[in-house]
Design a protein around this ligand. Structure first.
Ligand SMILES: [Zn+2]
Length: 245
């Protein structure tokens, strides 16, 4: 049974026995893994405090055959994100990132781009000059794209015709923007402003994710992404009602 090294973000932990914990980790190398940390509840263990929620750590794990939990043998803190503790909107946004990764990705389905984006998002949230809403929207759009659900933006999701910013709508069922001609056939459609349409296109590509989106556009973007992700997941994410825009 080979020992594997990985860089991991701690998404969730549960006490398992008097001394052990089960942790859900999102690794750059393997995607989501669930591990048993023996001795993980002892103060002086091989893990110190590396298994605190939303901590970035380097881990060593022993992969088990299917059906049993992998065994965590080492975990060392690489980075914490203390600014999250000082800003409630940033903290809720970070919990939402963890919820999407924990509940909406498969075990052992790696997406290094998602991992890097998650870490960058946690680092940016709570920084002065960074609006949590657009930063989180960028993470959601990168995640959607990586999971194969990136919304159609430049071409109509129904007829594939090129769209411009006028009289657009968004349909979760169709999988993105729908043009004026196709809108009648998509009853779940919601109107989409030209500014929000542009944000959908530019946010995942820009390095400056804290773009100058006004409050109305940020609110529209939050509504649209929440609606689309709820549709795709089949339920409303628990943290969704707590997110600002
Ligand atoms: Zn169309």
């Amino acid at each position: 049974m080979p020992a594997e090294k990985a860089r991991a973000l701690v998404l969730r932990t549960t006490d398992w026995s008097e001394t052990s914990r089960i942790a859900t980790l999102w690794t750059r190398e393997f995607g989501k893994v669930r591990v048993l940390a023996k001795g993980g509840r002892r103060l002086k263990s091989a893990f110190e405090n590396a298994l605190d929620l939303l901590t970035l750590c380097d881990i060593v794990l022993l992969r088990k055959s299917s059906g049993s939990l992998d065994l965590l043998t080492e975990a060392q803190v690489v980075r914490r994100f203390p600014r999250l503790r000082d800003d409630l909107s940033a903290l809720y946004a970070a919990y939402y990132v963890a919820e999407l990764l924990a509940d909406w990705t498969e075990d052992y389905d790696p997406h290094p781009r998602v991992f890097d984006e998650a870490v960058e998002t946690l680092a940016a949230l709570g920084s002065s000059g960074v609006a949590a809403g657009p930063r989180l929207a960028r993470f959601e759009l990168v995640l959607l794209r990586e999971l194969g659900h990136g919304p159609a933006v430049n071409n109509c999701a129904a007829c594939a015709g090129r769209v411009s910013g006028d009289r657009l709508a968004f349909s979760a069922a169709a999988g993105g923007v729908v043009c004026e001609r196709c809108q009648n056939r998509h009853r779940d459609r919601r109107p989409l402003s030209a500014a929000c349409w542009q944000a959908l296109e530019s946010l995942p590509e820009s390095t400056d994710s804290n773009r100058h989106l006004n409050a109305a556009v940020r609110a529209e973007l939050r509504q649209l992404l929440g609606h689309y992700i709820t549709y795709l997941m089949g339920r409303k994410p628990r943290l969704l009602p707590y997110l600002g825009s």
